[in-house]
Design a protein around this ligand. Structure first.
Ligand code: FAD
Length: 395
C-alpha cells in the first residue's frame, strides 16, 4: 500500500484526474469507487480548452486526439425556424486563442483513457466495488475511511481525503453537510447516432445548439466523427426525480414535433435514449473540514447548459493537486487554500449555467428579444472567461 497516500472517494472524471495529477507529481493516492467497474452510458461530453489543456498537461494528449472529435464551430439555431442566431468558430481558432483544443468525446472513451493512465501509474492504487461509509480523523496526522464491499469492511488511512463522489456525495454528509440537491423538473435525454444515419441537411462536424420553448437540443461529433452525440433537455413538470432510465422515443418525438424538420430528423435518427433527471444545488457553504475536502459535482454540480461540470471537476483536480504538492507537510492548509481558490469560479460557472437554462428555454414573446440579442452577441467574447481560465500560480 502507498505510503501516506491521499484518499479519493469516487473514480469519476474528477477523482481520476486528481489521482493522475498527484501521481505525475510523485504523490501516492488510493481511489475507492463503489461501482465494480466504471461504465458510462452511451453519451458524450464536451471538453473545452480550459479542461483539455489540463488533461494534455498530464500526458493524455495523444490518447484524446485518437478518441475525440474536434468540431469546426458552434452554431446556435432557432428551434422553430432553423434560422442561425449566433455562433463561434472552434477547431483551429480555439487552439490559436487558448493554446488547447475544444474536444468532444464519448464518456466511456474519456473514462477509459483516465483509467488506463491511473492504472499505469505506480503510485496510484484503485479499489473498485467499495463504498466509503465512514470517516475517522484519528489524530492530528491522518484520516481513516471505512470502505465497505458486499462481503468485506476495510479501513484505509491517508493524510487527507477528497470526496469526488458526485452529486449525492456521501463524504459531504459525513463532514456535516446533509443538504440534498433539488430536482429541477428538467429531464436530459441522451442518445447516439452513427455518422451514416445522421440527417444529410445537418452539419456533422459542428456543435449545434437548438433553442425553443421549454427545451433545447445539442448535437456534436464523437469518436473522430464516426458517431454523433445528441442531448435534449426538456422541462417536464410531471416527471418524478429518478436515476438514468430508458427514454420513450415516441415521447421525445412528440415533444419536438413542432420544431424545425432538421431537429425532428435528428431526434428520429436516435435509436436508443437514456433519460436523466437534472438536479441543482446552491453553492455549499464550506467544502473542507480538517483533512477532508470535496471536488467536482460533490462540491458544486453544474447544470448542463454550459457544458462545464466535468471541466470544473478537472480544474478542481489540477488546483488541488498543486496545493497538496506545494504544502506536502501541511495538508489542512492545502485543502483550505484549494477551497478558497476554487469557490468563486465554481459559483460563477454554476450561476452562468443556470442563467443559460433560463435563456435557452424562453417561450414567445421573450424569445423574440432573446433571438435579437443573440444575433448581435459575440459568443466567443462572452465565453472567453470560461475557456481562457488558467490556474493562478500556487501561493
Ligand atoms: C446531460 C448532461 C450533459 C453534460 N455535459 C457536459 C459536458 O458537455 N461537459 C462537461 O464538462 N460536463 C458535462 N456534464 C457534467 C458532468 O457530467 C459532471 O459534472 C461530471 O461527470 C462530474 O464528475 P465528478 O467526477 O465530479 O462526479 P461523477 O462523475 O458523478 O463521479 C462520482 C463517482 O463517485 C462514485 N461514488 C459515489 N459515492 C461513493 C462512495 N460513497 N464511495 C465510493 N465511490 C462513490 C460514483 O460511483 C462515481 O463513479 C453534463 C451533465 C449532464 C447531466
Amino acid at each position: 500500500m502507498p505510503d501516506n497516500p491521499i484518499l479519493i472517494a469516487g473514480a469519476g472524471i474528477g477523482g481520476l484526474t486528481l489521482a493522475l495529477a498527484l501521481a505525475r507529481s510523485g504523490q501516492s493516492s488510493i481511489t475507492v469507487e463503489q461501482r465494480t467497474r466504471v461504465e458510462e452510458v452511451g453519451a458524450g461530453i464536451q471538453l473545452s480548452p480550459n479542461a483539455s489543456r489540463l488533461l494534455i498537461g498530464v500526458g493524455l494528449g495523444q490518447a484524446l486526439a485518437k478518441a475525440a472529435a474536434e468540431p469546426e464551430r458552434l452554431t446556435i439555431y432557432s428551434g422553430k425556424s432553423g434560422k442561425i442566431l449566433a455562433g463561434m468558430p472552434l477547431g483551429e481558432t480555439m487552439r490559436a486563442r487558448y493554446g488547447a483544443p475544444y474536444l468532444t468525446i464519448h464518456r466511456a472513451d474519456l473514462q477509459t483513457i483516465l483509467l488506463d493512465a491511473v492504472r499505469g501509474s505506480e503510485n496510484a492504487r484503485l479499489a473498485f466495488g467499495r463504498k466509503v461509509s465512514a470517516i475517522h480523523t484519528n489524530n492530528a496526522r491522518e484520516v481513516s475511511i471505512e470502505c465497505e464491499s458486499a462481503t468485506t469492511r476495510e479501513t484505509v488511512t491517508g493524510k487527507a481525503l477528497v470526496g469526488a463522489d458526485g452529486l449525492w456525495s456521501n463524504v459531504a454528509g459525513l463532514i456535516g453537510d446533509t443538504s440534498k440537491p433539488e430536482f429541477l423538473r428538467h429531464i436530459a435525454w441522451r442518445g447516439l447516432v452513427s455518422r451514416n444515419d445522421w440527417p444529410e441537411s445537418l452539419p456533422a462536424n459542428e456543435t449545434g445548439l437548438w433553442l425553443g420553448r421549454g427545451a433545447h437540443l445539442v448535437h456534436y461529433p464523437i469518436k473522430g466523427g464516426a458517431m454523433i452525440n445528441v442531448v435534449a433537455v426538456t422541462s417536464d413538470p410531471e416527471n418524478e426525480p429518478g436515476w438514468s432510465r430508458q427514454g420513450d422515443p415516441a415521447k421525445i418525438a412528440a415533444r419536438f414535433s413542432t420544431w424545425h424538420a432538421d431537429v425532428q430528423n435528428a431526434v428520429g435518427a436516435v435509436g436508443h435514449w437514456t433519460v436523466w433527471s437534472l438536479f441543482d444545488r446552491p453553492p455549499r457553504r464550506r467544502w473542507s473540514d480538517n483533512r477532508v475536502t470535496l471536488l467536482g459535482d460533490a462540491a458544486h454540480p453544474v447544470l448542463p447548459f454550459l457544458a462545464q461540470g466535468g471541466a470544473l471537476a478537472i480544474e478542481d483536480a489540477s488546483v488541488l493537486a498543486s496545493e497538496i504538492i506545494a504544502h506536502a507537510e501541511y495538508p489542512i492548509r492545502a485543502l483550505s487554500s484549494y477551497e478558497h481558490r476554487r469557490k468563486p469560479r465554481s459559483a460563477k460557472i454554476q450561476a452562468a449555467a443556470r442563467q443559460n437554462g433560463d435563456i435557452y428555454h424562453m417561450g414567445w414573446p421573450l424569445s423574440v428579444a432573446r433571438d435579437l440579442a443573440m444575433s448581435r452577441m459575440n459568443v466567443a467574447e462572452r465565453y472567453a472567461w470560461v475557456y481562457g481560465w488558467r490556474a493562478d500560480p500556487t501561493p
